[in-house]
Structure formats: C-alpha cells, structure tokens
Design a protein around this ligand. Structure first.
Ligand code: F6R
Length: 576
C-alpha cells in the first residue's frame, strides 16, 4: 500500500515522476504528492485525491528539476488530508514512505516530546529523526534512524545539502533501485518506470545513494554491497486498457491468455509429492482460489488439505511441521499477513511453496519453492486475471496437465463472449437491490465466495455467499421479495440439492439466477439462466467465475462506481 518513486536524471524528471505515480496509483489513491529539487531548493506539491488532482495543481505551477520523489497514498496513520499527504518534510529532509512505523508514538514521546508536528503521520517522525541524527553524513542519519525504527518502511529521501543525490532505504516494504536509459530511479514496483535496464531489490535495512552517474547500495553497517540485479520481469500482458473503459474489463478479457501462459509456464513437476497434508494460506480472492485447490487435493489426490485465511493462521499456532506442505497464494507477493504466515510456516519446519504473480516479491523470494503465475501486471484493484491464473496453477498441481486443462483458455473465452451482453442486462436488474446472495455446493460454493466478494467490492452492494444447504440455518431470513439469489450449478451429482435450495428461496420471493454448465441448464429452474461451457465439474470454477465478474462489473458501472479503484481499498495490502 502506498506507492513511492524517485528519480535522478540529467534533464527534468517531473514527467517521469507523474507517469510513474499513475502506474503506482493502484497501491493507494487517497492523496498524492511530489518533492523536487529546484534551483531555489526543495519544492513540495501535494493534493488530496488521485494523481489527476495533483496534476491539476501542477498545471499552472510545475516545479522542474533533475531530482524528485513522488508518492501515492493509502492512508494508514492519519486522515486523508493534504497535511497528511507525502512527501513530509522536517529541517533539511524530505521523504516519501510506504509501510508502517509501529513505534512512531513511542519515538515521538522519546525524541520529540512537546514538539510541533504538521501531520498525524508516522512518516513525519521518520523525517524528524533523519534531521535529528544528521551531522553532515546522510548515510549515518539513515543508519541511526533505521536502528530505532520498528515496523516496515520503504523510503525515498532528499537532503537539502545534497542536490545531486537521491537516497533510499527499505525494510519489510518493497523498494527497487532501477537504472534506465535516462536516469536512476527508485520505485515500489518496476512497472512504474519506463524501460528499466536493470532492477535491484533493496533487502532489509539496506540503503542506497543514487547520483546521475552511479548507484551505491549499503548494508546496515554502512558498508557498500554488490548485488545482482533481478532477472525476471513481471511479463507484459497489455498494460493499457486495451480500448476498454476500465482496466478491470481489459483484465477480464485477458483471462484466456493469462491462463494459457500460466499453464505453459508451470513446470512438469509433482510439487505435492511426499506431502502428508496441505495447508493453503492466503487473503481475499487468493484465499478463494485456495478453497478450490484444497477441495481438489482432497477429492482428486486424496491428500488432507484445507485453506486458511492468512491473518487468522498467523496467530493460531497452527498444527503444521515437517510433512506439511504450506502453499501461499498471492498476486502481489507482498501481502503482509500472507508473508508473516509464510515466515511462521518456515519456522515450524513446513515445506513452503508460493504461487505468486510478481517475480522478485517478498513472498516469491522467501518461499522454498515458487510457481509464478503469468497474468502480467494487474492494475484494477479487484482481481480477475490473477485469480484465474492462480486457479490454473492449482489445476496443474492437483490434476496434472490434462488435455481438458489445455482447452480451458478457449472455454474461458467462450464464457466471456456468451455472457458479456447478458450480464450487462442482469446487472441493470441487480443494481436496484439491497442484498445479493450467492449459493452453491462444494466447488460451486468456493467460486461463489469469489463472485460475492467481487460484487460487494466494486458495487458496494451487500453481497454474501453461502453453502447452498446452509442458507436455511439462519441466513434465509434475509431473503426479501425481489432479492437476487445467484446459484451456481456445474456438478450434476449435487444438482438436485442446489435446485431444492433455489426452490426454497423462490418460495420466499427471491429473484433467482442460475449459472449452469451448459448441459445442466435445462435441469434447473430459475428466473434467469446464464450458461458456461461444459469443462467438467473440477475445472468449472474457471468458467463460472466469468459471469460473476461480468455481473459485478456491469452492476458497479450501472451504479456509477469507480470500478478500477473502489473506495477504501488498495491493490497490495502491506499492513496487517
Ligand atoms: C479482491 C482482491 C483481494 C486480494 C487480496 C490478496 O479482488 O484482489 O482480495 O486477492 O488482497 O492480495 P494478494 O493476492 O496480492 O496477496
């Protein structure tokens, strides 16, 4: 959460900084700001809201310089105000920060009791510390500051005395040092920088000094270190909207390709060999793919398996150890709870395998083994193509690369083509409702969890997913006349059971929608039926999720919601 960028070049870097911030906006969009070294010293410009608001402010008064830093914020400490927007400044230091300083209040009390602060942020404490510890050597000020900080940080730092040097420091939050044809940059994500030539990751408590001619990286003792640049890049599936109005729709459309590339890239290896049991740990949509994965491991491979929410798992003292395979699923590879859960699993001696979309990310790096999904960069906050790519990996792990799996990209394409227009029309009906319910059994339930999250995340309508048989144990009291109940039915063996549950809600006035495998469509009654290709019950989540994504998208659109950047959210969740 929060995106940071900085550049030192030979010509004005402000264009690059603003372009970079737009690419980082997925990490937070509460406010944005820049600081640039001008002939008259460091100038800051900050604005509440998106980068567009910052650009508007810069339109008539655009400071220029060859050294600048920028920030897009997802508020953690302090309200969404201009005073809390980064960069923050104290004495001779100006900085942008991603992360959380957990002991900010204690540091404030110890070092700055009674002092005036212009913001409510933890970052201002860091900048004040840098200034307090500065005696002419910025490296020393960084080391002394980092020595008293606890929490996580990625910092881009300017010092008034050093108009030719961009400083950076990191611990626990991602920060890359990137060389390009034009200059030297720091960024939370390599995608923020045009044409990177080499990308190096700052490890915990390393810091860097970048000048127009050189980059030096230091360890926490202040000794220069030689580091190998990362080789893998995020793998480009289109970064623009591909002619669509929103990234989310463009990314829905990219799913067949994301799955095809992922299937091709998963090594032919039996990763679950020797596992006595499997625990899949993740958050949000990634956790939902784990629900599918766990079911597949149990039903097909007959290995005990379950999925756990990372924020629960990490504090639950889980019963794992040698013999347990822990699989961590994450698009960003940065999610704080998933990363902490991975570290815990390693401590307990479990074997760890990560399924990650961003190469070089913390989770990809720290896991014993990693399988990279090839969804390319995902910009919309609501995941679609990364979810589908993660499912594809679980299929490879549980089923092996079958012929049917090879045909899945084509089936996903058909699911999109055949449902796009229908879902737009269904969405108009859904948009007027207060509560939406998703039901299904087994894998149909697992995918319904994702459908429901997608719906509430971007349309802000209240939506819940339930195991179809569970509804009558309480939740059915919420079903009012006209409430949409969306049942997924892709497995003939349980069709009649879900059909009965649908009758129960119909009897209470619900508006029933079925997402059915094509060959089952005539066997279940509903007010409205959407069909998906017959890929068999095991692979069905990959096609059933498509109409769910489309219905969510069009519902949010009908309600005029900010689809790519839903309120209160950020793409990578680096706080717990
Ligand atoms: C929902 C969504 C989130 C993420 C979750 C985990 O659309 O995208 O629920 O799935 O925050 O993020 P990663 O996969 O980056 O660990």
């Amino acid at each position: 959460m929060c995106g940071i960028i900085g550049e030192i070049g030979k010509v004005n870097v402000m264009g690059d900084i603003l372009e970079g911030l737009k690419k980082l906006e997925y990490r937070g969009y509460d406010s944005a700001g820049v600081a640039v070294f001008t002939d008259a010293g460091v100038r800051r410009v900050r604005a509440v809201g998106s980068i567009a608001a910052l650009e508007e402010k810069l339109r008539n008064d655009a400071p220029a310089g060859t050294l600048a830093i920028g920030h897009s914020r997802w508020a953690t400490n302090g309200k969404v105000t201009e005073a809390n927007a980064h960069p923050h400044r104290a004495g001779k230091f100006t900085a942008v920060h991603n992360g959380i300083i957990e002991n900010a209040a204690a540091l404030k009390a110890e070092y700055f009791a009674g002092a005036a602060f212009e913001s409510e942020t933890d970052t201002e404490v860091v900048v004040k510390l840098l200034d307090r510890f500065y005696t002419g050597d910025v490296g020393e000020a960084i080391r002394r500051t980092e020595a008293v900080l606890t929490g996580s940080w990625a910092l881009g730092i300017l010092c008034d005395d050093c108009p030719g040097t961009l400083f950076a420091a990191a611990s626990g939050s991602p920060l890359l040092v990137i060389e390009t044809g034009n200059g030297r940059c720091i960024a939370s994500d390599a995608g923020a920088v045009q044409d990177p030539v080499s990308v190096t990751k700052l490890e915990n408590r390393e810091y860097a000094a970048l000048t127009a001619n050189a980059v030096t990286i230091y360890n926490e003792k202040g000794e220069p270190v030689q580091k190998a640049p990362l080789t893998a890049t995020a793998g480009a599936l289109t970064l623009d909207k591909g002619g669509y109005e929103h990234y989310m729709m463009s990314e829905i459309m990219q799913q067949p390709e994301a799955v095809r590339r992922t299937l091709a890239a998963v090594p032919d290896e039996d990763y679950i060999r020797d596992a006595r049991e499997i625990v899949i740990v993740a958050c949000g949509s990634a956790y939902h793919t784990g629900l599918v994965g766990a079911r597949l491991f149990e039903s097909v491979r007959r290995i005990r398996a379950h999925a756990e929410i990372a924020s629960e798992f990490r504090y639950a003292d889980p019963l794992i150890g040698p013999g347990t395979l822990c699989i961590f699923v994450s698009q960003s590879g940065e999610t704080a709870d998933t990363l902490a859960a991975l570290r815990l699993a390693k401590e307990k001696g479990a074997r760890t395998l990560a399924i990650v979309n961003v190469p070089g990310s913390a989770i990809a790096t720290e896991s014993d083994e990693v399988i990279l999904t090839r969804a390319g960069r995902e910009i919309a906050v609501a995941t679609t193509k990364a979810y589908s790519a993660q499912l594809a990996v679980f299929y490879c792990l549980a089923l092996g690369k079958t012929e049917a799996l090879g045909r899945l990209p084509e089936a996903i394409y058909t699911a999109i083509a055949e449902n796009d227009e229908k879902c737009r029309r269904v969405a108009e009906r859904i948009a007027g409702c207060r509560n939406i319910f998703f039901i299904g059994r087994l894998l149909d339930n697992a995918v319904s969890q994702e459908g429901s999250l997608k719906m509430k995340e971007i349309s802000y309508l209240n939506s819940q997913a339930y195991a179809a048989g569970e509804l009558k144990h309480g939740t059915i009291s919420l079903v009012e006349p006209g409430a949409p109940v969306i049942a997924t039915v892709t497995d003939e063996t349980i069709l009649t059971k879900t059909a009965s549950n649908l009758h129960e809600v119909k009897a209470r006035g619900a508006f029933t929608i079925v997402i059915a495998a094509k060959h089952l469509a005539d066997k279940i009654e509903a007010d409205l039926t959407l069909t998906v290709p017959d890929v068999g019950p095991l692979l069905a989540p990959s096609v059933a999720v498509v109409p769910m994504q489309l219905m969510s998208y069009y519902t949010a659109k009908a309600l005029g919601c900010e689809i790519d950047k839903p309120r209160n959210l950020a793409k990578s969740v680096t706080v717990e």
